[in-house]
Design a protein around this ligand. Structure first.
Ligand SMILES: [Zn+2]
Length: 250
């Protein structure tokens, strides 16, 4: 059982629901907090903005690497490789159905944006996603606009990556780390694409990374990784952003 401290840290205090950006529109409740779901729904069911509470499925529901028929694989801790507390198994999974996939989780992002890019025809899917990541992405959009860089949205190239999906890209160029934060729902590879051509220029890559740096300076509690990736012939440039709790740059 988590102690009082853990509860306080992972507070579901209602005044923080919208996050630092004020733009969060969802809250993912760990199984141990699920008793709070109904009272919260009653409190916020009629608020002006549509706010969604998701009750996560317990991690323990994963059997032989799958929840239902959706394959997720095994997390590093399950393989006996736990390098820090922040790399512990996630507490649970958000269930994504065809019906709820378009739910807005913050002003500019939907649940769908963060789904692992595999098993196209398998539903429901399962996802790990953390609110501080959404908060940071929203703050980056604000920061870009404040700097005169038009950003009506950020496109997510890759959000959550299940371990079994992540594994396929380990060691490749521009590739995936074995302990990638994408497996923990607090990382996203994003790019700016205001003209809609599916690509970001190197100039915008640098502006986006600079905006992410500025957000970390203003909100040190959202500290994490910032990685810059230049365009290849087949892929746009992108910036990796995460909220791992300590500074990392590449
Ligand atoms: Zn990444």
């Amino acid at each position: 059982m988590p102690g009082r401290g853990a509860w306080a840290q992972d507070s579901i205090a209602t005044d923080t629901l919208a996050g630092r950006s004020g733009k969060l529109l969802a809250r993912f409740l760990a199984p141990r907090h699920s008793m709070a779901l109904e009272p919260l729904k009653r409190l916020f069911g009629d608020s002006a903005k549509p706010f969604t509470f998701f009750s996560m499925r317990p991690f323990a529901e994963k059997e032989k690497g799958k929840v239902g028929s959706y394959r997720l694989g095994r997390w590093p801790e399950e393989k006996g490789r736990l390098r820090a507390a922040t790399y512990a198994n996630p507490e649970g999974f958000i269930e994504v159905t065809r019906e709820n996939a378009d739910t807005k989780v913050s002003e500019h992002f939907r649940l769908r944006d963060f789904i692992t890019h595999d098993q196209q025809n398998v539903w429901p899917k399962y996802l790990v996603l953390r609110e501080p990541l959404l908060d940071k992405l929203e703050l980056i959009i604000d920061e870009l606009n404040a700097r005169g860089v038009p950003a009506t949205r950020l496109r997510v190239m890759s959000g959550f990556r299940s371990p079994q999906y992540n594994e396929r890209g380990v060691g490749r160029r521009g590739g995936r780390a074995r302990d990638s934060r994408h497996q923990y729902g607090d990382a996203a590879d994003v790019f700016l694409d205001e003209d809609g051509d599916g690509k970001m220029s190197t100039r915008d890559l640098l502006k986006l990374a600079a905006a992410a740096e500025a957000v970390e300076r203003k909100y040190p509690e959202l500290v994490g990784g910032i990685g810059k990736y230049r365009a290849t012939r087949t892929r746009s440039a992108w910036v990796h952003v995460d909220v791992r709790g300590q500074r990392a740059r590449w």
